[in-house]
Design a protein around this ligand. Structure first.
Ligand code: GRF
Length: 221
């Protein structure tokens, strides 16, 4: 059963994307459940040709395009993003395959209210090409991480991780597909925790149900 459009009883989130938007789709699908405590009030994208925009449109979700190429500096791009996002007054901003680095002003503006999904078991393989690097390193285990965003790239406190085995005949593509399945499981779960008030960032530590999560991230596989 899908959530009725005029349901105002849930937490609003804005999702930022750059491309395919399969994580966005997992979030949209989760938000359609009757018991879901959050709602995607807008999708903001830096690329006018991203497939994720179609996914949002298909679900009747408001979209905004803030093309980074229209802004001479990162700061101006960040400002445009912030004023767009703030029109929706979201409780949470979820970066889902958003391929632009946001600056400190942006991060401070939404402190404790921005999450990201990263395709590795952080702190291993921050940055790009994580699957290629995991294979080149001979990793036996790989996975995905949801974390709060801080000013240090891919180094914010971990909320939840999920691991997958690396198989002998894996290519970056087969490994990416296995990891992506886990991304689709854990990101909606983390967003639910946040929307239910069970998850927060307190003095740089992740609290889940009032207990510090930092030293022992929840791992699910
Ligand atoms: C995902 O692997 C995400 O972790 C990474 O970029 C990819 C985006 O995939 N940051 P999608 O756009 O959600 O399909």
């Amino acid at each position: 059963m899908s959530r009725s459009d005029d349901d105002r009883d849930c937490v609003n989130i804005v999702v930022l994307i750059s491309g395919n938007g399969s994580n966005l789709q997992a979030i949209i699908d989760d938000a359609a459940a009757q018991d879901c405590p959050y709602k995607v009030c807008a999708v903001v994208c830096n690329s006018p040709i991203a497939y994720g925009l179609k996914r949002a449109n298909n679900s009747g979700i408001t979209t905004r395009i803030i093309d980074h190429r229209d802004y001479p500096t990162r700061r101006q791009f960040d400002q445009a993003l912030m004023s767009t996002i703030d029109q929706f007054a979201p409780a949470l901003i979820a970066l889902a395959g958003f391929m632009r680095i946001v600056g400190p002003e942006f991060i401070e503006h939404y402190e404790g209210r921005i999450m990201n999904i990263h395709p590795s078991l952080l702190p291993q393989f921050p940055g790009l090409n994580t699957h290629e690097r995991a294979l080149a390193d001979g990793a036996r285990e790989h996975g995905a991480t949801v974390h709060f965003v801080t000013t240090e790239l891919d180094a914010g406190p971990v909320v939840i991780q999920s691991s997958v085995p690396v198989l002998q005949d894996d290519t970056p593509e087969t490994l990416a597909a296995r990891v992506l399945e886990q991304e689709h499981r854990i990101y909606p779960r983390a967003i639910r925790w946040y929307a239910e008030g069970r998850l927060s960032l307190h003095r740089g530590k992740v609290l889940v149900d009032g207990a510090i999560n930092g030293a022992h991230p929840v791992t699910t596989s």
